[in-house]
Ligand binder design. Structure first.
Ligand code: NDP
Length: 335
């Protein structure tokens, strides 16, 4: 089988030479184990953190070891009666074409008639639950409020804006990195306003897009976006701090927002969160989002790269070039 390994810890922006694709002998599954052939694997921003030796919420990857991540695949050999051959499963050992792991470490999933299984890596998986938990629980969004989401054309951000619209937001505003993404947000996704953050100071762009201010900020980007949101907040605003991708390749600590004193008078709450702490919301989430998807109220766009060879490119394209619209995935085999 073939697997991607981390061979060097990136300094600043990762480069292809930090990774290598190796051929290895995978053992046959032992008692209680299954072998899963990858159909699609996920590349996600948090993986940048796992490449670094610095402590963060997910443990660092070992050097010269195969990387991990969310994957959907099909069981091709099984020594577990609970997960027979042919079962479609989700598991956490991505970045390889075949994984051998305990049957207790895989989660069986239903086929999605007419839809790709890779949606379990996006709208129906971790990014979808992140959008749901961050918007509804952490930011306590309620109907009639104005929501601003950064990284709005990405996997999580594009869902935040759509969920807010479907649940009665007064106004949904997004920022993204290209004019095409901005058009997608205000066109297909029904955002009320969107801007390209390269077009000027974010504070000014946001003030123009949300002239009455914002109640909720869902932050995927950090830095200048967070400072702009602090200025735009109305009283009792809330921010769900989901990520700060603008700083993931920084070699020096980035400057913090310079206007935090405004939080006092405005009584604003900023709260960081991790999706893993909100697994109890999954039943709610799964009771609603698949229906929205089937009826076409939610669009779950993907940017698909083909083949295991393209996995590092797919990751770098997402992290460094904003090459993805919607969820970045790597497809290894047809569903
Ligand atoms: P995305 O699909 O949004 O992909 C990353 C996007 O980030 C790129 O497409 C790019 O789009 C944008 N980007 C890259 N560099 C910058 C920059 N310097 N400034 C502004 N935007 C930039 O990824 P996800 O939806 O998977 O993740 C979004 C965020 O959510 C990340 O910060 C991630 O770490 C976080 N996250 C947090 C979780 C949690 O539990 N807290 C769980 C899941 C994700 P563009 O063209 O617009 O620049």
């Amino acid at each position: 089988t073939r697997e991607w390994q981390l061979v060097r810890r990136p300094q600043g922006e990762p480069v292809p030479e930090d990774f290598r694709l190796v051929d290895t002998e995978r053992p046959d599954p032992g008692p209680g184990e299954v072998a899963v052939r990858t159909i699609a694997l996920s590349v996600d921003p948090y993986m940048r953190g796992r490449m670094s030796a610095a402590r963060s919420y997910a443990p660092s990857w070992e050097l010269d070891a195969t990387m991990e991540g969310a994957t959907v695949g099909q069981v091709v050999a099984s020594r577990s009666p609970d997960v027979p051959e042919g079962t479609l499963v989700l598991h956490g050992l991505g970045w390889r074409d075949v994984a051998v792991l305990p049957a207790t470490s895989v989660r069986p999933v239903e086929p999605l008639p007419g839809l790709p299984l890779s949606l379990y890596l996006g709208v129906l998986g971790m990014p979808g639950l992140t959008a749901w938990a961050g918007l509804f629980r952490v930011a306590s969004f309620t109907a009639g409020e104005t929501v601003f989401v950064s990284g709005a054309a990405g996997a999580v951000g594009s869902l935040v804006g759509q969920f807010a619209r479907l649940r009665g937001a007064a106004r949904v505003v997004g920022s993204a990195g290209t004019p095409e993404k901005v058009r997608w947000l205000t066109g297909d996704l029904g955002f009320d306003a969107a801007f390209d953050y390269h077009d000027g100071p974010v504070r000014e762009l946001l003030a123009a897009a949300a002239p009455e201010g914002i109640d909720v900020f869902f932050d995927n980007v950090g830095g200048e976006h967070l400072e702009a949101a602090v200025s735009a907040f109305r009283e009792h605003g809330r921010a769900a701090l989901c990520g700060a991708i603008s700083a993931y390749n920084a070699t020096e600590p980035p400057p913090g927002p310079r206007n935090l004193t405004q939080l006092v008078g405005k009584r604003v709450r900023l709260e960081g969160f991790l999706v893993g702490d909100h697994a109890d919301l999954r039943p709610d989430f799964l009771a609603t989002v698949p229906g929205w998807l089937r009826e076409g109220s939610v669009q779950a766009r993907e940017t698909v790269h083909d083949g295991l060879d393209s996995a590092v490119d797919a990751f770098l394209d997402m992290l460094l070039r904003g090459g993805n619209t919607g969820k970045a995935v790597v497809r290894l085999a047809p569903d």
